[in-house]
Design a protein around this ligand. Structure first.
Ligand SMILES: [Zn+2]
Ligand SMILES: [Zn+2]
Length: 132
């Protein structure tokens, strides 16, 4: 927008039920500025979050695989339950600190299970039964 240095002049203002609207203009600029204000309100109906069912369980894990030690077969991020965000008192929603909006488990990437043959020595430490 072209800046003539003039402050916007208030042309019209209205208020009703806690809402307000203002229309401003700057001299010699062919543009109107509209601004509005509403009371703070929730943009989403808050509803109880249903955590997803696990992708794999001890009964459905593929032969040669073990349930992921991080999510225990959930497949989704264990922190946010697959939403990618978590509620925050100040900001409403904040990015999930565990998956950074990837939504799936960072270890198995959603597969919920890991191939025994691909496990590192460190990872095998989570499955003492493998070395028996
Ligand atoms: Zn997450
Ligand atoms: Zn996992």
């Amino acid at each position: 927008m072209e800046d003539t240095g003039g402050a916007p002049r208030l042309l019209v203002a209205g208020r009703r039920d806690g809402c307000g609207i203002e229309v401003r203009a700057v001299d010699h600029v062919p543009t109107l500025r509209f601004s509005g204000r509403t009371p703070a309100m929730a943009l989403y109906e808050s509803e109880e979050f249903q955590r997803p069912d696990p992708v794999r369980t001890a009964e459905t894990v593929t032969a040669g695989f073990v349930l992921c030690y991080e999510c225990d077969g959930l497949g989704w991020c264990h922190e946010c339950g697959g939403r990618g965000w978590r509620p925050d008192a100040t900001h409403g929603r904040v990015k999930c600190p565990a998956c950074h909006r990837r939504r799936v488990c960072v270890i198995c990437r959603g597969a919920a299970q890991l191939a025994v043959s691909d496990l590192s020595t460190y990872q095998r430490g989570y499955y003492p039964e493998l070395d028996r």
